[in-house]
Design a protein around this ligand. Structure first.
Ligand SMILES: [Zn+2]
Length: 147
C-alpha cells in the first residue's frame, strides 16, 4: 500500500513552545525538547523539564527513528477526505524510549503492523484554514524503515 496524501488534515495551531516541533520539518528535522540540566528529551514541549524542573530547555534535532509501541487501525470515516483504513500509533523515539509521539504510520498494510516495528519520520506540510503563512506546519508522520 503506497501512502497517498489525504485531501485534508486537521492542522495544529502551534504555540510559542511547540512551534519548533511543528515547523522543524521545513528543514527535514524532527525537533524535540531537551533539558540541558539532566540531558533528557521530553514531549510535548513545555517551558520546563518535567523530570528536574529546569527551565534550561531547548529543541534539539533527533534522528527521526522510532519504534511502534502501540497502534490502532481506524476503519471509520471520521473525517471527510481522510479515508480509512489508517493507522494511529504511539511511537517511541530511538534517542529516548519514553518520549512518545502520537502519529500516523503509513506505507504499511494494517495486517503487517506490529508492536516493535521500526519506523522513521517524514513530514507533510499543511496550512491551517486561515491560510496565513505563520500557520503553516510540518506534521511528523512515520513509515517503516526500509534500509
Ligand atoms: Zn531535566
Amino acid at each position: 500500500m503506497s501512502y497517498q496524501r489525504p485531501d485534508l488534515r486537521l492542522a495544529p495551531s502551534p504555540t510559542s513552545e511547540s512551534a519548533a516541533f511543528w515547523t522543524g520539518g521545513r528543514n527535514g528535522e524532527l525537533l524535540i525538547s531537551r533539558c540541558h540540566a539532566c540531558g533528557h528529551f521530553f514531549h510535548p514541549p513545555g517551558p520546563a523539564c518535567w523530570r528536574c524542573r529546569s527551565t534550561d530547555v531547548a529543541p534539539q534535532k533527533v534522528s527521526g527513528r522510532a519504534t511502534v509501541a502501540a497502534f490502532t487501525v481506524d476503519r471509520q470515516p471520521w473525517i471527510p477526505g481522510f479515508e480509512p483504513p489508517y493507522i494511529v500509533a504511539i511511537v517511541e523515539l530511538a534517542e529516548e524510549p519514553d518520549v512518545r509521539l502520537i502519529t500516523n504510520v503509513v506505507d504499511v498494510e494494517p495486517d503487517d503492523m506490529n508492536i516493535g516495528l521500526e519506523v522513521e519520520v517524514f513530514f507533510e506540510d499543511w496550512t491551517a484554514l486561515s491560510g496565513e503563512e505563520d500557520t503553516r506546519v510540518w506534521i511528523p508522520l512515520f513509515r517503516p524503515v526500509t534500509h
